[in-house]
Ligand binder design. Structure first.
Ligand SMILES: CC(=O)SCCNC(=O)CCNC(=O)[C@H](O)C(C)(C)COP(=O)(O)OP(=O)(O)OC[C@H]1O[C@@H](n2cnc3c(N)ncnc32)[C@H](O)[C@@H]1OP(=O)(O)O
Ligand SMILES: O=CC(=O)O
Ligand SMILES: [Mg+2]
Length: 528
């Protein structure tokens, strides 16, 4: 908190901002205080449990299906029936919460839009507050923008709005209760819910969330308790809040049934967050030389490890009456290069066909230009609103080894260089306040960039050598970071200072002995 921070209701002190009055109303501060007091300590315990688990993994333990929850896996139960507007989710677009993106995404023709405070957002104070204003305006149908000579406003028909609050690990340092920063998750969830619950209820719809980066069913229980308390506190019907949990950590992959069970009164299914899943695999198995992944590009959804994960999600969801939403192909339209553009569309088509054939009930796209393609694929391969009652994956049997065996593939000089280049460019953009950016024809966000920087650490730590014979040493990586920083700074001299900051953070993440759990944690300390 700065000198200029102000005292407010509930003893929450927050940094001033032009939008603060509109968002941090006395009722909102009261509600955030209540959430913090009731759920803040348990959040800290859950974060500690992650660290304890990491110590056990470092000591050689491997994840497995939990013996003490076998009854939940064997039991005959289903989630609460889905509301009408979550029955058909064949194409969902995602994007950051900035005003133009929100309008464009809602108008994109996708069934749903996930407005993202997590992977696609850099959590500057401005982004977090302005994002809330944008979502309030969107829910009231009066969001507009004049920009670049264009007027942006909502079409008559728009996508169903969903919101992804930040993960449990992130604090909101610009607002503190009794000196303790608020949880980013509770901040985003609490404000969105308070400001939009009654508006959405009046429109006959609910409050729909995506929950990121869960590592266990106990974290799902925490969220479920937050939802139950919120519904009671705000006088909402039970089940107004519905959440789709991203299965995007290797430990959560072993607890899919348990996560659905904990949230069964509030669940809207699961989603395969493939990018964080790959990152989590590297992170959790940091100490093991038998879990090294090849170049990022080689860890595709076609590999057995990733297929097993996606098929298990489909099987688990459908047994429980829940949708299993697919993930994000990172390919986006390429401007000014017809051949590369056609190749990007072909990659997305193959990815969406694989998901629809396997039995996913819908998928994600990163760009409005991909909505029609993904819709065509799901219309062709999924004639019903969803595939929940299909028998796809019914007889699947996935073992722990099926989830834990890394795919074969090479570590190449190109793979090392791309990881350095992408990490630098992404971190620089994130420090600028942009959480999703196009780099070399791919969507890059916090999850994809985490893979790039984590691979550099992993390959160095385990003394890997590229297929060309280059040892991935600390000295080599330090030299590459310097060389790429010089090249990028020569290309964009006005960003040289920012790139130098990104290089400093990347050097720390890649060369330090300890594996940093999230790049966004040291990143957030540097974020203005
Ligand atoms: C791993 C995961 O978690 S995936 C989920 C999180 N990641 C995301 O959500 C990323 C979503 N995608 C994006 O943010 C963007 O597509 C980017 C940053 C990758 C590329 O954006 P741009 O460089 O603006 O792309 P481009 O110039 O082609 O955009 C063309 C138009 O489409 C709009 N657009 C692009 N992507 C989106 C989107 N996801 N939602 C809404 N509008 C979009 C742009 O605003 C632009 O609009 P305009 O013509 O009115 O100016
Ligand atoms: O959140 C999605 C992912 O792939 O990570
Ligand atoms: Mg993710």
């Amino acid at each position: 908190m700065t000198q200029t921070a102000r005292q407010a209701t509930g003893h929450i002190r927050f940094q001033p901002h032009p939008q603060a009055e509109q968002v941090l109303t006395p009722q909102a501060l009261e509600f955030l205080s209540e959430l913090h007091r009731r759920f803040g300590a348990r959040r800290r315990e859950l974060l500690q449990a992650r660290e304890d688990r990491q110590q056990r993994l470092d000591a050689g333990e491997l994840p497995d299906f939990l013996p003490h929850t076998a009854g939940v896996r064997a039991g005959d139960w289903r989630i609460r029936p889905l509301p009408a507007d979550l029955q058909d989710r064949r194409v969902e677009i995602t994007g950051p919460v900035d005003r133009k993106m929100v309008i464009n995404a809602l108008n994109s023709g996708a069934r749903a839009f996930m407005a993202d405070f997590e992977d696609a957002s850099s959590p500057t104070w401005a982004n977090c507050l302005e994002g809330q204003v944008n979502l309030m305006d969107a829910n009231r149908g009066d969001i507009q923008l004049e920009q670049g000579g264009k007027t942006y406003r909502l079409n008559a028909t728009t996508a169903t709005l969903m919101v992804r609050p930040r993960g449990l690990h992130l604090d909101e340092k610009h607002a503190a209760l009794d000196g303790e920063p608020l949880s980013g998750s509770l901040f985003d969830f609490g404000l969105y819910t308070l400001h939009n619950a009654h508006e959405r209820a009046a429109q006959g719809t609910g409050l729909y969330f995506y929950l990121p980066k869960l590592e266990s069913h106990l974290e799902a229980r925490w969220w479920n308790d937050v939802f139950t308390f919120t519904e009671e506190h705000l006088g909402l019907d039970s089940g107004t809040i519905r959440a789709t949990v991203l299965i995007e950590t290797i430990t959560a992959a072993f607890e899919m049934d348990e996560i659905l069970y904990e949230l069964r009164g509030h669940s809207a299914g699961l989603n395969c967050g493939r990018w964080d899943y790959i990152f989590s695999f590297i992170k959790k198995f940091r100490s093991r030389s038998d879990k090294i992944l090849p170049d990022r590009a080689a860890v595709s959804m076609a590999t057995p490890m990733m297929q097993n994960y996606s098929r298990l999600a489909i099987q688990t969801c459908h047994r429980r009456g829940a949708p299993a939403i697919g993930g994000m192909s990172a390919f986006i339209p390429v401007k000014g290069d017809e051949a590369r553009n056609a190749a990007a569309f072909e990659q997305v088509r193959l990815d969406k066909e694989r998901e629809a054939v396997n039995g996913h009930d819908g998928t994600w796209v990163a760009h409005p230009g991909m909505v029609a393609l993904a819709t065509e694929v799901f219309d062709r391969l999924m004639p019903a609103p969803n595939q929940i009652d299909s028998d796809k994956q019914r007889d699947l049997h996935v073992t722990a080894a099926d989830l834990l065996t890394p795919p074969p593939g090479d570590i190449t000089d190109a793979g090392v260089n791309t990881n350095v280049d992408v990490s630098l460019q992404y971190i620089a953009a994130w420090l600028d306040g942009r959480g999703a950016v196009p780099i070399h024809g791919l969507m890059e966000d916090a999850a994809t960039a985490e893979i790039s920087r984590a691979q550099l650490w992993q390959w160095r730590r385990h003394g890997q050598q590229t297929t060309e014979g280059t040892p991935v040493t600390a000295e080599h990586l330090g030299d590459l970071i310097d060389a790429h920083t010089r090249r990028l700074s020569a290309e964009q001299p006005e960003r040289a200072g920012r790139l130098a900051e990104a290089a400093e953070l990347l050097r720390e993440l890649v060369l330090q002995e300890h594996f940093g759990d999230f790049l966004t944690l040291p990143g957030y300390r540097r974020l203005a």
